[in-house]
Design a protein around this ligand. Structure first.
Ligand SMILES: CC(C)(COP(=O)(O)OP(=O)(O)OC[C@H]1O[C@@H](n2cnc3c(N)ncnc32)[C@H](O)[C@@H]1OP(=O)(O)O)[C@@H](O)C(=O)NCCC(=O)NCCS
Length: 170
């Protein structure tokens, strides 16, 4: 992907039910074991923070964050493979962190496959630290794969750049 004259800056907006065809198209190429339409619908109906990233009116990414009391959980964060390595993943993650900060969320959790080096680097750059391992959490072509559990301890008044220097208090 390269910028063309007339291109507009990517925008993040709330996901709607009528985005799901496009979301599922990206989900299907991004993951070996994609979420179903039902899972995305359930997230929308549950009122989770479900967002899409649009570039020139094309859906190129999305994220889902659940919140409960002082904790949040990143359930999905995905960028269309054709639009990766342009900082959009980091932009979506920053959007989630800003939203969590605005709610006074104290910590954010997520699971990631140990083999997913790009995602792990993205999260570690934002200050996430490894909390533990969930055994056999994911489906894998040859059975099950563990998940790394990452956590970000939020400090509400500080930017994510500063939070990347902190140690988790767990
Ligand atoms: C993980 C994921 C969201 C990252 O999306 P992305 O848009 O490529 O993320 P970014 O561009 O912000 O950063 C990714 C890499 O691109 C690099 N990058 C960012 N802007 C760049 C640019 N302008 N030119 C070159 N590289 C760039 C980053 O430094 C980073 O590289 P590194 O991992 O080698 O350090 C994406 O790979 C994805 O959707 N994967 C499948 C779904 C998934 O696994 N989600 C996470 C589940 S926990």
């Amino acid at each position: 992907m390269s910028a063309q004259p007339g291109d507009v800056a990517p925008v993040i907006r709330a996901m709607r039910f009528n985005d799901l065809d496009n979301v599922l198209e990206v989900e299907g190429v991004a993951y070996d074991f994609p979420w179903s339409r039902q899972v995305f619908s359930d997230c929308l109906m549950a009122g989770y923070l479900a967002s899409v990233l649009e570039y020139n009116e094309q859906l190129i990414g999305y994220s889902i964050l659940s919140t409960a009391a002082a904790e949040a959980h990143i359930l999905n964060l995905c960028i269309d493979p054709d639009f990766r390595r342009h900082g959009y993943g980091a932009q979506m993650l920053e959007h989630l962190l800003d939203y969590a900060r605005s709610l006074g969320i104290e910590r954010i959790f997520l699971e990631v496959r140990p083999s997913n080096d790009v995602a792990i680097r993205l999260y570690e750059r934002a200050g996430f630290k490894q909390l533990g391992i969930r055994k056999s959490y994911y489906r894998a072509p040859d059975g099950r794969e563990d998940a790394l559990v990452l956590v970000l301890e939020m400090r509400p008044e500080q930017s994510s750049e500063q939070s990347s220097e902190q140690s988790p208090e767990i």
